[in-house]
Design a protein around this ligand. Structure first.
Ligand code: A2P
Length: 340
C-alpha cells in the first residue's frame, strides 16, 4: 500500500509558500501531516489545507523532527541556514531559493527536462528548484534542443511582480489605487514606481553589467539542460503584471527547424501547450497562463535574420510552474522513485 509523508513548508505564509500548500492539496500529494513554518511575524496565523486550518509554527532548529520532505521558499539566507539542518534531521529538501542552485553537488531540476538528476539528492539531501524564468524557458527549449541542438538563446523577459513576493503584489495594487485617487505614490519594494512602468532591473546588478536574474537564466539553463555549450544572453524586466511571466525567446539551432516542425514538436512536449493562431488573435498571455500549470508557447516564427533561427513567445504562471508546482512535481518523483 502506498504511504503518506510528513511535509514541512518553510515560508508557508508567502506568495510561493501558499501556492505550495495549495499544490500539495490540488495534486493530492499523500500528506500525513503538514507543518507550515514561517517567521515570528506569523504567530497566530494559520494555513488552510484539506478543509482544516493548520496553525503556522515559527521556524527553528527543531522544526524538522520527523519531517520527510521540506519545501523551502523563505528566501536565500533562510535556505542557506536551515536546509542543511532539515537535511541533517532526515528530510529531503526541495529549495526554491537561489542559495544552492549552482552548487555542483546539488541537483537543479525541472521534471520535464532532467528528472534523472533527482537521484543526486542523496549526497546532500537537497534538491534545488530553478529560477521561475528559467523553468518555463527550458520546458520549451528542451524538446527543440533534442530535435535540432540549440546553439544560442537570446531572451527578454516580462516578469510579474508576484515573483518578488506578496509585498510587491501589494505595492503594485497600492500604487494603482493611489494614482487613481490622485494620492501620493509610495515605493518600498522597487527603486522606482512599478505601476504603469517597466524596470529593466531584477535582483542585484553584477560587475559584468548584467543583473543576477539575467545570469541565473544563463547558468541555470546550462546546468538543467546538461550542456554548457548552449550560449544564453538575457535581459530581464519587471512589468506591472500580477501573475505569470512572459518571455520573447530567440533561438539559433544547429539543424534547421521550420516553424511548423517546431509547432509539431512542442505540441507533443510534456508540460507545454501551443497557443499559436495569430489569425484569431490567439497567443499566450499572462491572464490565460495564471492559475494553471502548463507553459504556453506561441508566436512561433522564423528568425529570417540568421540561417537557423526561430522566435517564440513563452508564458507561464511564475508562482505555479515557475515555483510551487515544479517543487511539488519533484516531490512526486521523489516519493515514487526514492522514498517509497
Ligand atoms: P512571514 O510571513 O512570517 O514573514 P514572500 O516571498 O511572499 O515575501 O514570503 C516570504 C516567506 O518567507 C513568508 O512566509 C515569510 O514568513 C517567510 N520568512 C521570511 N523571513 C523568515 C524567517 N526569518 N524565518 C522564517 N520564515 C521567514
Amino acid at each position: 500500500m502506498s504511504r503518506s509523508y510528513k511535509v514541512a513548508v518553510v515560508g508557508a505564509t508567502g506568495a510561493v509558500g501558499r501556492q505550495m500548500v495549495a499544490c500539495l492539496e490540488e495534486r493530492k500529494f499523500p500528506v500525513a501531516e503538514l507543518v507550515p513554518l514561517a517567521s515570528e511575524r506569523s504567530i497566530g496565523k494559520s494555513v488552510s489545507f484539506q478543509g482544516r486550518e493548520i496553525p503556522v509554527q515559527v521556524l527553528n532548529q527543531d522544526s524538522f523532527a520527523g519531517v520527510e520532505i521540506a519545501l523551502f521558499s523563505a528566501g536565500g539566507s533562510i535556505s542557506k541556514e536551515y536546509a542543511p539542518i532539515a537535511a541533517a534531521a532526515g528530510a529531503v529538501v526541495v529549495d526554491n531559493s537561489s542559495a544552492w542552485r549552482m552548487d555542483p553537488e546539488i541537483p537543479l531540476v525541472v521534471p520535464e527536462v532532467n528528472p534523472q538528476d533527482i537521484g543526486l539528492y542523496k549526497k546532500r539531501g537537497i534538491i534545488a528548484n530553478p529560477n521561475c524564468s528559467t523553468i518555463q524557458m527550458v520546458v520549451a527549449l528542451q524538446p527543440l534542443h533534442a530535435a535540432a541542438r540549440i546553439k544560442r538563446v537570446v531572451v527578454s523577459t516580462y516578469q510579474a511582480v508576484s515573483g518578488t513576493g506578496q509585498k510587491a503584489v501589494d505595492e503594485l495594487s497600492d500604487q494603482v489605487r493611489a494614482l487613481y485617487n490622485s494620492q501620493e505614490v509610495k515605493k518600498k519594494v522597487y527603486p522606482h514606481r512599478i505601476a504603469f512602468n517597466c524596470l529593466p532591473h531584477i535582483d542585484v546588478f553584477q560587475d559584468n553589467g548584467y543583473t543576477k536574474e539575467e545570469m541565473k537564466m544563463v547558468l541555470e539553463t546550462q546546468k538543467i539542460m546538461g550542456d554548457e555549450s548552449i550560449r544564453v544572453t538575457a535581459t530581464t524586466v519587471r512589468v506591472p503584471v500580477f501573475y505569470a511571466h512572459s518571455e520573447a525567446v530567440n533561438l539559433e539551432t544547429k539543424k534547421k527547424l521550420t516553424p511548423d516542425e517546431a509547432r509539431k514538436i512542442l505540441s507533443k512536449a510534456p508540460g507545454v501547450k501551443v497557443v499559436d493562431d495569430p489569425a484569431k488573435n490567439k497567443y499566450p498571455m499572462p491572464l490565460d497562463a495564471a492559475g494553471q500549470d502548463l507553459t504556453l508557447v506561441g508566436r512561433i516564427r522564423e528568425d529570417f535574420s540568421i540561417k537557423n533561427g526561430l522566435n517564440l513567445w513563452v508564458v507561464a504562471d511564475n508562482l505555479r510552474k515557475g515555483a510551487a508546482t515544479n517543487a511539488v512535481q519533484i516531490a512526486e518523483i521523489l516519493i515514487k522513485e526514492y522514498l517509497k
